[in-house]
Design a protein around this ligand. Structure first.
Ligand code: AMP
Ligand code: MG
Length: 322
């Protein structure tokens, strides 16, 4: 299949109307989108990504008013958080309505809803009579794409169109939350910080378990597999200098937060100034770059657990897990 990379919203919409999958830009990462109300279209997402069907998809809608078409339980707290953080990188897991096909929710009773803020994708959603189911546009388990070129490298010729919205501004996936007795439960760390949510909603519970089990019943949020975002090279997470000494003689690529390692053959500093937002924005590109280098090993370090540092550390831990 010839894959077109372009910025033509009408053309992207036409493929989606025909039941095909299209890659779309969002502020978090690029998504592999299909008509969320058409199970045959959604089934292609799973096969193109090689994604297990027990892993539910996020449904992208154009506005908060759409939530009630697909979900119940839209409490004042949900509205308050949506007012504050959407359009943006926050996903709400709510009891589903029958309008949502079972394949989208992996047979579960809840649906994940999000309003992305990327202007091209918002305009695309406004032009369509259906919402878009979209996971990240990468083969299951591999590093998420943050440019149209990343999508082309991995899914080119499997999809007819990649809507090019430039590099993603946030760079890590959305924060996924649900609600229990009007308390926020965080199922996945992501682009909206826990601190920001707690400022509005009070203390949250973190349920982002690193379960290695492959069955959703054992995992709060079914996509939260222990090994994920994995580069092909082995990645060791921790003290870079200690690991470098232990692996002297090997070809090493270094992924540091701020520090420069002048002797390293390959190194990426995520943010020289120590800005965790900037680090999140470059994380997946940096992992891809190092993965393409002729090295034996990637050595990475954790960021401070503030701001988007927590979401970056979560991704690094999963990238390091085997
Ligand atoms: P991805 O779009 O690939 O980043 O993955 C979407 C993630 O959203 C999944 O891996 C789950 O962690 C989460 N998710 C989607 N739907 C649900 C749901 N109904 N309940 C809990 N988590 C969900
Ligand atoms: Mg993903």
């Amino acid at each position: 299949m010839d894959t077109i990379i372009g910025t033509d919203i009408a053309e992207a919409a036409r493929f989606l109307q025909e039941g095909k999958c299209v890659a779309i830009p969002t502020e978090t990462v690029y998504g592999l989108a299909a008509n969320a109300l058409d199970p045959a279209a959604v089934a292609q997402i799973f096969s193109i990504k090689n994604r297990p069907t027990f892993n539910p998809l996020i449904v992208h809608v154009r506005s908060f008013a759409e939530f009630e078409k697909y979900a119940t339980g839209i409490s004042p707290l949900v509205k308050k958080l949506a007012d504050a953080f959407t359009p943006g990188p926050l996903t709400f897991v709510l009891p589903k309505k029958d309008t949502v096909p079972d394949l989208v929710t992996a047979g579960g009773e809840t649906v994940a809803l999000r309003i992305p803020s990327h202007p091209l994708t918002l305009r695309l959603l406004e032009s369509l009579p259906f919402p878009l189911a979209a996971p990240s546009a990468n083969p299951f388990g591999y590093i998420s794409p943050v440019t149209a070129q990343h999508v082309e490298q991995q899914l080119g010729d499997k999809i007819p169109y990649i809507l090019d919205g430039g590099p993603c501004s946030v760079g890590v996936e959305s924060t996924v939350i649900t609600f229990e007795n009007d308390k926020v439960v965080v199922l996945r760390l992501g682009g909206v910080t826990v601190e920001a949510i707690e400022e509005l909603a009070g203390k949250t519970e973190l349920r982002t378990g690193h379960s290695s089990s492959l069955h959703p019943i054992a995992i709060g949020s079914p996509g939260q597999m222990k090994s994920h975002y994995a580069p092909k090279h082995k990645l060791l997470l921790g003290d870079i200098e200690k690991h470098a000494a232990e692996h002297a003689g090997k070809n090493i690529g270094i992924l540091s937060f701020r520090k420069k390692y002048p002797d390293a053959a390959y190194q990426v500093q995520l943010s020289e100034s120590g800005n965790t937002d900037e680090a999140a924005r470059y994380l997946f590109s940096a992992l891809r770059f190092l993965d393409a280098c002729d090295i034996d090993l990637i050595l990475a370090e954790r960021l401070p657990e503030t701001g988007l540092g927590r979401a970056v550390n979560d991704r690094l831990e999963r990238a390091a897990a085997e």
